[in-house]
Ligand binder design. Structure first.
Ligand code: E4P
Length: 217
């Protein structure tokens, strides 16, 4: 399973990237707003920090506008992945962009049928939003499972990018189902490292080590 970080905070991306665990980055207009920086400038910086795909989202809602913005965003770096919404015009843009050799992440997916359309439109990634479905009382993870089945039934190459993941449990469930990618906020990625027994065990080892009076190197 690949891990993408869901943020436009370059300090977080730099720190987490140093672990070698970050395979890509996803951004969206809300994350750019949160970063408080110019989209082109911050996206270029992010593209320089990771080798994998960096999703940058168009904000136009019509096909022509999306294609214009995609051209501008594509100029930023080779590892830009254009993010388009799952709408009629978004999927039309997805087809045109992937036919032109550009990676495309189709975002705001909330149903299996939408994911089926995105795969038929040649999407590189489909982003089903787990947490936002949970927020309205539905089982977000069921959507990941349904999409996995449909894509496997037909051999679609579109990668399932589990998005809107809010907990370590979400990450585990997405991995068990077989999502290709999990995009996680930095806090969730950091939480994946943690286990109380790891902390307790380490404390005990260090206490015993101190009693030996030794040092390594
Ligand atoms: C990623 O591509 C999505 O934009 C993101 O995961 C949405 O997460 P949220 O529902 O927590 O805002």
């Amino acid at each position: 399973m690949k891990f993408f970080v869901d943020t436009a905070d370059v300090n977080e991306i730099r720190e987490l990237g140093a672990t070698g665990l970050v395979d890509g980055v996803t951004t969206n207009p809300s994350l750019i707003m949160k970063a408080g920086r110019d989209i082109k400038e911050v996206t270029a910086e992010i593209c320089g920090l990771v080798d994998g795909p960096v999703s940058a989202e168009v904000t136009a809602t019509d096909y022509d506008g999306m294609m214009r913005e995609a051209a501008v965003l594509s100029e930023i770096a080779d590892n830009i992945c254009i993010k388009v919404p799952l709408t009629f015009d978004g999927l039309k843009a997805c087809r045109a962009l992937t036919d032109g050799g550009r990676a495309v992440n189709v975002t705001l997916c909330f149903s299996a049928n939408q994911a089926l359309l995105a795969a038929k439109a040649g999407a590189t990634f489909i982003s089903p939003f787990v947490g936002r479905l949970d927020d309205i009382g539905l089982e977000g993870m069921e959507l990941i499972s349904e999409i996995r089945t449909i894509y496997d039934n037909y051999g679609f190459a579109t990668e399932i990018l589990a998005a809107s993941l809010r907990t370590v449990g979400h990450v585990k469930q997405a991995a068990l189902i077989g999502a290709d990618v999990a995009t996680v906020p930095p806090a969730v990625l950091r939480a994946l490292f943690k286990h109380p027994l790891t902390d307790k065990g380490l404390d005990a080892f260090l206490a015993d080590w101190a009693k030996t009076g030794q040092s390594i190197g």
